[in-house]
Write a protein that binds this ligand. Structure first.
Ligand code: ZN
Length: 246
């Protein structure tokens, strides 16, 4: 018993009194300790707990989802090799995926260097998926800066030319089993448009997937990267930005 204990006359009292069973008995039955009666603020507390839970869930979702930067459209200056370096007469843009959930240029560089014994990352560009590298970030590698041949198309004799004259673009992600984020697609389109605009030997028809390289048995860049759609979007981008469509 605490000081909260109270006597709460109920409807029963009146009913009992009316029946003539005695007010005393009825009052004893109606005495309910306050701690047994549901406190009025209990419901409010439950609602508050649920509200806090929902707020935490929303916060966790907001923090964990990739932030889409409101970047300006890609400009040539942000990817241009040093002025003293002439643009190589590239003949293809070869699209790859990393076939991994995460990655960045540095990670691929050390893999290609240490595990494959190459002279560093085989691609010219890496496009981030927001895990180890900001979503939509385009990073040119040393091969692009030096306008040097790639190491991404394969080792067979008929593939050599695609390494020599193909710009290797690696999109981080596994597009065999995940959809392409619209922002990644947009950045890929912008990159291809800039490369075509500044390389007279390139054209929209020369955007290919790794799987299109002769003799290559691979699904790269994955079925979610639709090359036909990419070419269509690049054509649109060139038109929209007043660049020559070729
Ligand atoms: Zn590939």
């Amino acid at each position: 018993m605490t000081s909260n204990e109270s006597v709460q006359p109920t409807g029963e009292t009146n009913t009992s009194a009316e029946r003539g069973t005695g007010r005393h008995t009825s009052l004893r039955l109606a005495a309910v300790p306050a701690e047994l009666a549901p406190p009025p603020e209990r419901g409010v507390r439950i609602i508050a707990i649920i509200a806090v839970g929902v707020m935490i869930a929303v916060l966790v979702w907001a923090v964990s989802r990739p932030i889409k930067p409101h970047a300006e459209p890609l400009v040539w200056d942000s990817i241009a090799p040093p002025q003293s370096t002439a643009i190589h007469p590239w003949r293809w843009i070869v699209i790859h995926h990393s076939a991994s959930r995460r990655g960045n240029a540095q990670v691929i560089d050390s893999e290609h260097l240490n595990q494959r014994g190459w002279d560093g990352i085989g691609y010219h560009f890496v496009l981030g998926n927001g895990v180890d590298m900001p979503l939509g970030r385009i990073e040119g590698t040393f091969r692009w800066r030096l306008q040097q041949h790639g190491a991404h198309a394969g080792a067979l004799p008929q593939q050599k030319i695609y390494n020599a004259d193909g710009i290797g673009v690696c999109v981080i992600g596994n597009y065999d089993n995940e959809q392409v984020d619209p922002y990644i697609e947009q950045r890929l389109v912008e990159l291809c448009a800039q490369l075509i605009d500044h390389t007279p030997t390139l054209s929209v028809g020369r955007i290919i997937g790794h799987k299109d390289v002769p003799g290559k048995i691979t699904a790269c860049p994955g079925k979610a990267i639709d090359l036909e759609r990419l070419r269509f979007l690049v054509r649109e981008e060139l038109q929209r930005r007043g660049m020559m469509v070729r």
